[in-house]
Design a protein. Sequence first.
Length: 381
Amino acid sequence: MIADCVAGKIDMIITKSVSRFGRNTVDCLESIRKLKECGVNVLFEKESIETLKAEGELLISIMAALSQNESKVQSENVKWGIRRRYEQGNVKSIPCGKFLGYDKDENGNLVINKEQSNIVKRIYEEFLKGYGYYTIAEHLTRDGVRTERNNSKWSWSVTRKILKNEKYKGDTLCQKTYSADYLTKKRAKNKGELSQPYFQNTHPAIIDRVKWDCVQLEFERQDKFKREHHVSNCHANSEELPMISKITCKHCGCTFVRREYKSKELQHQKYWCCSSIYKKGWERKRDNVHLTDERPTQLFIEAWNLLFERNERYSKIKEEEEENILTQYRQQELEKLMKQYKRIDTFDYELMLQTLDHIEIANDGTAIAFFLAGMQVKLLI
């Protein structure tokens, strides 16, 4: 409309009231002045104000300020009502237009969308099988699975949010975000500015509580691993390079990296060594262990076979120790995998992801394989 006014197609605009024209005083006055320059008169019927009259802009400034304040009061009243409903346990106002796995029935209750819920279950299962949320997103994109917005490409941030969302176990945490500005409607993350009521069993769960808690404990385990071994990502590995981030140094905690020999005799041959030699200088090189390119995967094969042979002894240890629910879950999965794989002669990437935490290399020629289920196996390099 303003473009038509500038082009000379409109001589006068009639509007019901100042509040209908705009609730932001500055924007309202800027628009009126622009129209005034074009010779376009704006008539506000309720207030009987015309902008081309001498007193028009002053009156509009006053009325627009009152309108803006009214908008603020209404916004605060709406927020107050929402917060009271949350405190009373009314969570029917949960937005689910972009909420994978659920729909709303005619009464506003969350109901499970069966097709989408299978996607959610798949994401949780793959995460507990050792895949990172980057890889899970790639798998979903590769398999043609659609996102909650019906997009073909998945992002790691979406899969991570799904893994962190308490709604999938049937609970609701209120006010994760809030409207920081009543004019721009910009939302901000709630970092303690507002209370966050938490309610259990507000709707049907897609993921059982034990599995959901296991996923949160796995996030904690990975954060601890990154701190202790000075890495930014626990899932840098792939089927082509499966043992990246899985081999660590006993003496400094750093992970091993894959390098290529520079000398002519060994040119183009790969080896593994502690990454700290590239961080701490030449003093680390004299006692740094080199592993042949195939040795890391061989170490896993040896560790798995030793674990399989000694399973009866480890079972007795497990009965005496009290572990957290994630370790218990890992132990149950390990029993299934042992029955499935038994002894192995070749490296299996998926088996390694599901069972191995890391292999620690010492300078004395020994290594210890740490399994996710809590067992340890000593090896010779």
